[in-house]
Ligand binder design. Sequence first.
Ligand code: HEM
Length: 508
Amino acid sequence: MMYSLECFALFLAIISFFFIHIWRIHRNLPIPNLPLLGMLPAILFNVSNIHEYATTALKHYGGTLKVRGPLFTNINFLITSDPMNLHHITSKNFVNYGKGSEFHQIFEILGDGIFNSDSHNWKYQRQLLQSLFKKNIFGNFVRKVIHKKLDDYLLPLLNEVSESRTFVDLQDIFQRFTFDIICSIVLAFDPNCLPNKLSQFPEVAVEKAFNKMEDAILYRHLAPRWLWKLQRWLRIGHERDSISCQQILEQFFRDRISVPGEEKSRFNNYIKDDDESNFDMIKSLVEEGGMEQVDYKFLRDTAMNLLAAGRDTISASLCWFLWLVSTHPNVETKILEEIREKFKTNEENWLISEVEDLDKLIYLHGAICEALRLYPPVPFEHKCAIKSDILPNGDPVDANTMVLYSIYSMGRMEEIWGNDCLEFKPERWISEKGMNIQVPSYKFMAFNAGPRSCLGKNISFIQLKIIAIALLWNFHFQVVEGHSVCPSVSVILHMKHGLHVRVTKRGN
Ligand code: HEM
């Protein structure tokens, strides 16, 4: 007995010595790779600040790094912020990098929608959506929905906030606002999450379900696959939430997506069917897709993907943009000067007559790009290599390896943006001739690059500009003293503590 205890103590001493020795070698590295445990302890230790941590590590390792997890786990991937690698992955060797089965499992809620598809299925959906988004009637409908929501809800609400002299969480307001807009665009149904009065903020189950799903998806990125699968089987933790959210979303789509023969009007809560300027996305999908029989699953998956694409991306962009503008008074002044100088304003002070008028706002465009560069709503993405490959920086990629790219880190690389890369400078996007500078998408990755770049980029700029003009022209926003603003750890770059602001009405 005594002998075995001694042996055990000796074994522990050798192991401890070994670990301390390795730790000493690695301690000055931003991301130590420990025997058996790999880089997981360092990642977990820094998880609350993961985007900055990844940026520091990527800078240290010249833009690309192999991440190793503990032995016997599936955590083994390559992370990069090198524009040449990204040009290769997203465009030059596009055929070799798909979403892969890992992505499909993590994002199972997206079904077989465009985000979660590869090859023929993806191509078909891309062409279909592209042709719908190009239609004039679609663009006009989007503008109409935004104007209505601004006019009837957001502006009156902010007016009340300014009179009450209280503070509000703009993040919560924007999430509700953009959810109402995207549901109106995709389903022709307004769930009315955003009230026009301060006292009536309703709890809308489906909006809550979206938020919870995002948490569950993030968890699946961090936990080993076997663990979250076990939790799903046992119906515990994030997986239990994910199951109940899925049921809520399922019911929501069943109620909203009518198929011929079923008596469900999708227009009863929003805009009358007989208005010619209405756009019916579901009907157009059926017609444009030449479907002989309505495929409910296809329509549901498409609607789900579009809701996921267009809701939080816009609300997160608005939050970071307004925060940056309100903390840079010189930028705010220049935006207002530009609106005054180049823009037709009517009695309501913000409505635009033609979408082309938005193109005249060069400085505002630069300010929005700058916000998206520093705080991209989709902070990271992943692809899976189909065959083994060599990246332009010389790193080999094995078949079936996940390649993660940090869009957040790319916006903070001196090599791409210069030594002042951490500064918010809309001027960066304006040429000497006073035109907007076009940065290649593999350097400015907020909307992804190559054949899978965002289909909603144009609509997003239109939305962001219309909303920014309406808000900044009518109100001044001041962040509540002492309120801390920092990114959350999530699949969309939200603000961890929201955005608490006081609102003052402007006298233009
Ligand atoms: C500021 C707002 C937005 C940002 C930053 C953004 C960003 C992105 C990114 C990074 C991707 C690539 C995702 C991936 O491959 O996994 C993407 C794809 C996509 N986005 Fe957006 N997005 C925005 C708004 C929108 C809107 C409003 C819509 C439409 C309602 C939209 C529709 C799509 C679609 C359909 C795809 C899939 C493209 C494909 O796989 O071929 N996006 N977006």
